[in-house]
Design a protein around this ligand. Sequence first.
Ligand code: DGI
Ligand code: FE
Ligand code: FE
Length: 198
Amino acid sequence: MRREKIMNAIRKSLPSKRFEHTLGVTYTAACLAMRYGEDIEKARIAGLLHDAAKYMSSKEKIQTCLKNGLSVSEYEEKNPELLHAKLGAYLAKEEYGVSDPDILSAITWHTTGKPDMTLLEKILYIADYMEPNRDQAPNLPEVRKLAFLDLDECLFLILKDSVSYLASRNIIIDPMTQTTYEYYKALRENQGNIKKGE
Ligand code: DGI
Ligand code: FE
Ligand code: FE
C-alpha cells in the first residue's frame, strides 16, 4: 500500500488522539532519519504503522498471536498491552502489505527496545517517546536534545527513566526492557572508559 493510502486507513482505524500521536511519531522519525542518514520513507511508514494494533482487546491480542504462530511469553500473557508491538508488525505485513524487514522489525521492538538495535529501530523507539504530543515523561527536553546529538546516550536516558517509572508504579518490567537497559548502560560505561583512555 502507498503511504497516503496507509495514512488514510490508519486515520480511520485509530481514535483521533492516537492518530495525532502516530503523526507526531511519523514526523519525528522522519527528522531523525534526516539527521542520521536513514531512509526517510522507511521511517515514515514505520511511524504510521507502529501502533496499528494498539486497540485490539487483550483477548484479541493473545488470540491473534496464538492463531498466527507469534510467541506469547508469560510476561506478555500478564501484560497483553506489550503484544501491540509485534502485532503491529503483523498487521503492517498482512493488512498493509509492508514486506521490508527493517520496517517490520522496528515496529516489533518499538515498545521494549532490544540490545544492539539497528538505526531504524533506534529511530522509531526514540521518536515514539519524544514526539511533540508527549508531555508526561521526565527529562523530555534533554531527551529531545540528545536525540539529535547522540542516539545511544538518548536511548540510555529513555530506558533509565522508563525502568524507574515502571518500578515506581509496581509494573512488572519485561525481561527485554531490562536487558535492553542493561545493554545500553554497559555500552555507555565502556565508551566512557575508551574516551578516558582506560
Ligand atoms: O504505544 P505507546 O503508548 O505509544 O508507547 P509504547 O509502545 O512504548 O507502550 C507504552 C506502554 O507499554 C505503557 O503502557 C507501558 C508499557 N510498557 C513498556 N515497557 C514495559 C511496559 N509494560 C510492562 N509491563 N513492562 C515493560 O517492560
Ligand atoms: Fe506503542
Ligand atoms: Fe506509540
